[in-house]
Design a protein around this ligand. Structure first.
Ligand code: NAD
Length: 287
């Protein structure tokens, strides 16, 4: 069996077309153009690429964007002052602080400073709390992209055993909460594994849907996957062979029923969900 490819790139393209129409409608009805402010501290090459991709995607969707570049040695208070200014700027609907921040800056303090209404990454404790309670204001972008892939490819989650490898605040934990939520896109039985999990393979082999969010190239191999399982690979690892996921794609595609590739999988969906959150932020702040 060769798995059906869950083509995140194509799906993202389709969804960005839908979004552009929604942005046009929103402007026609409200005379407001949604605007995203991105903040980049330092010159991390991967962050540069991510921020540039987000800006290009905004432009194509009719969303305004502005980039605030700060030196790597910027003081925490100066960054906080910029965030305060963006919080007060009525033309800015979404604020994105690109992570990771330099070590001398407290990420927690910065993320807490973003106005929760403008927190389109959904990292503020208020938005995390709302998500955990099952009444999210914004869905965090990568988990939301994963769920959208499952939804649009009509992969049911209700009653399924979903194993997530990785417990980060950005991917594993919020995704687990979303998939536990009552309703057609949730209602799963979720197991979250992490670096201290004993016998990972024993657990992953019980997954109807396996999500990899570890950050280790090709760590999940075919033997760790139940025949016919759906495999979603969030991992992005830079190797000598180029970008690879956390799943050994060549082996896994022979045993899974569906699988996301890397690249062209979850990555493009993450950016797409950020754009939808920015439009949602403009809607919430318009009324
Ligand atoms: P992270 O480093 O914050 O978390 C990694 C998690 O993996 C941790 O919870 C850790 O406990 C777990 N882990 C480590 N070793 C393990 C092991 N041997 N067995 C089981 N679990 C183990 O990473 P993150 O920010 O969640 O990102 C994970 C991966 O996803 C990275 O490759 C990252 O680049 C990628 N990522 C992709 C997107 C996207 O848009 N596609 C977005 C965010 C992150």
């Amino acid at each position: 069996m060769t798995a059906i490819i869950l083509d995140g790139k194509q799906l993202a393209q389709d969804m960005r077309g839908e979004l552009a129409e929604e942005v046009t409608d929103f402007f026609e009805n409200n005379s407001i153009t949604p605007k995203l402010a991105a903040v980049l501290v330092g010159e991390d090459p991967a962050s540069e690429v991510y921020v540039r991709n987000k800006q290009i995607a905004c432009q194509k969707a009719g969303i305004e964007s502005e980039l605030h570049r700060l030196d790597a040695d910027t003081a925490e208070d100066d960054l906080l002052a910029l965030i305060t200014r963006l919080n007060k700027d009525n033309d800015v609907h979404g604020i994105l602080v690109q992570l990771p921040l330099p070590g001398h800056i407290s990420t927690e303090r910065i993320l807490r400073a973003v106005n929760p209404m403008k927190d389109v990454d959904a990292f503020h404790p208020e938005n995390v709390g709302l998500l955990v309670q099952g009444r999210p204001r914004y869905l965090p972008c990568t988990p939301s992209g994963v769920r959208e892939i499952l939804r649009r490819y009509e992969v049911p989650t209700v009653g399924k055993h979903i194993v997530i490898a990785g417990r980060s605040d950005i991917v594993g934990k919020p995704l687990a909460n979303m998939l536990l939520t009552r309703g057609a896109d949730g209602d799963a039985t979720v197991t979250v594994c992490h670096s201290k999990t004993s016998d990972l393979a024993e657990i992953t082999r019980t997954a109807d849907i396996l999500v990899a969010a570890i950050g280790r190239p090709r760590m999940l191999t075919a033997e760790m996957i139940k025949p016919g399982a759906v495999v979603v690979d969030v991992g992005i690892n830079r190797t000598e062979d180029g970008l690879v996921g956390d799943v050994d794609f060549d082996g896994a595609k022979e045993i899974a029923s569906h699988i996301t590739p890397v690249p062209r999988g979850v990555g493009p969906m993450t950016v797409t969900m950020l754009l939808f959150n920015t439009l949602q932020a403009a809607r919430l702040q318009a009324f």
